[in-house]
Design a protein around this ligand. Sequence first.
Ligand code: ADP
Length: 447
Amino acid sequence: MFDKVLIANRGEIALRIHRACREMGIATVAVHSSADADAMHVRLADESVCIGPPPSSQSYLNMAAILTTATMTGVNAIHPGVGFLSENARFAEMVEEHGLVFIGPEPKHLALMGDKVQAKEAAIDLGLPVVPGSKGAVESLEEARSVAGDIGYPVLIKAAAGGGGRGMKVARSEDELEDAYRMARNEAKAAFGNSEVYLEKYLTRPRHIEVQILADGQGNAIHLGERDCSLQRRHQKVLEEAPSPGLNTEARERIGEIARQAMLKLGYRSAGTLEFLYEDGEFYFIEMNTRLQVEHPITEMITGVDLVREQIRIAAGHPMTLRQEDISFNGHAIECRINAEHPETFVPSPGQVIDYHPPGGMGVRVDSALYGGYRVPPHYDSLIAKLVVHGQTRNECLMRLRRCLEEMVIDGIETTLPLHRRLVENPTFINGSYAIHWLEEWMAAHR
Ligand code: ADP
């Protein structure tokens, strides 16, 4: 096993990884920007090194600085966390070239799944059902028109390099196609430096269902059930639950097994998530995330499996000892993403947290790097806390979540807590009948 791991991330996820390392007897090295000198992940790590100024391009994305720090501090491995360099194949390769272990998949799988056009082609080869759409990228407006004519409107134009919901545009009819096509390309070029786009049927009322996978690249793969991430704003997840209130046991086992077989066939190593849309009893693959997911704790709550620990063990070359028959699902879990944003306008609200009181008690987990007096810097993602709640049934989980949202205090900055407090009282949320477009429609209607 590793003696020392460098955590190339910040915030709650850096802390999450630090905790797993600590419990495994592994020392940790934190890296941080000058804006994060007082951050919790820096305070708790065994060693910490400032690697650059506040902008992430010069700190958390600065590969040379991170690799130099890794060499200087004598770590065995680097955990990239979520976002930043976690899906960067070149970085993973460089880590290996430095004689270190990248705690994640092989670079070739990062590269394959990082390009959504290639990923979709690979998915078809692996036997995964996909959303009807263009075969590969669309090279011209004429081609887009012809594909859209074949599959029928509405269609969605998506960036090959996409992520975070950017570079995605809907065309409801042929009149809207030209604008949507140009806007998607421009947005993709601006956000990812790659204007390649592809086209998909736009599903009007699917759920977002994703399957958690663990595989060791040595012939073992398991699935840990699904997460329902249908509550979204601008294609970004707001609240997630496991299991999905929209799946029955048959559908759950079917998609889990399909995902598991695909990972075995691919020879995938590490934790990963296959994302699907689910409509009228059918699953459609949309993408694979080759890393830990923000919402991984809800899977941990219902399976009792520590996903980060497993990721680290697999990276250290240990064959997985968990088998599919060892995985059972216990109760229900929900995660609320709490962002430093205005709850109605979603304008970021960085600044000093005056008072912080996380809820506690049975079945409650708060993953956060906040503390009273902490100053949320304006330079990074606005996620500041994840409130994760478990109950024996979905109803118990909802009652507990309400109680926790009442108890939780984050004063001094605006947060999305009030949005979650409204959401847990909503009948559509309570009865679990929502699909991916519902949250935005509901918010628009209740402004
Ligand atoms: P990103 O990598 O930017 O997150 P995804 O492909 O994972 O993009 O899609 C993000 C979200 O966009 C999905 O969860 C879903 O809400 C929506 N979406 C993606 N593809 C479709 C589609 N074909 N029809 C309807 N909604 C879609």
